[in-house]
Design a protein around this ligand. Sequence first.
Ligand SMILES: O=C(CO)[C@H](O)[C@H](O)COP(=O)(O)O
Ligand SMILES: [Co+2]
Length: 213
Amino acid sequence: MKIAPSLLSADFANLEKEVREIEKSGADLLHLDMMDGHFVPNLTFGVPIINAIRKHTKLPFDIHMMVFNPEKYLSELEKVGVQMISFHQEASIHQDRIIQEIKERKIKAGIAINPATSINNIEPILPILDYVLIMSVNPGFGGQKFIYYTLEKVKKLKKIIQNNGYNTLIEVDGGIKAENIQLLKDAGADICVAGSAVFGKPDRKKAIDILKI
Ligand SMILES: O=C(CO)[C@H](O)[C@H](O)COP(=O)(O)O
Ligand SMILES: [Co+2]
């Protein structure tokens, strides 16, 4: 299973140092939470900041867009050089079109779903998705408690993917820590995002090693 540290819990005044350190600490991806203050009640960073940190690490960039009108940012993100983009099922009524637009740019396309959203809503588009991002907290903030009922969605989705022979990966995001990561492995998660459990710790390498056990 891959670990994607979320920059949301990093020291925003020292981003260059933070991303260099996380690359050396064994992170597989860098998870970047774009929030617009409308889709979620919080504002983080946009393309200029993502572009600034792109120069300091070779880690694949996993962009989690918690924004309305996600299609507005695709062209700029392509220029920056990002490898994965997910947008929220709840934020767009043109999901198929946006997925195609991401894939045309040779970027992996994912759809994110809130804890209260059923996976039935995304079943029709599973064949064209590279990954599904299952939120295990309500989007908007780092450091929240893991919502345990979302594990059932991971298990159900894994079965659908396996039964149909799809290549879709499952990423889980929110409240993931050493205490619950085994449950996510057992449920079939391929990528786990961890913000406070990695950037919130003084020794990031040790934090990632613990999650990978
Ligand atoms: O998308 C997110 C919040 O909306 C973050 O990726 C997530 O919360 C990571 O932080 P933590 O591991 O501290 O929960
Ligand atoms: Co996220």
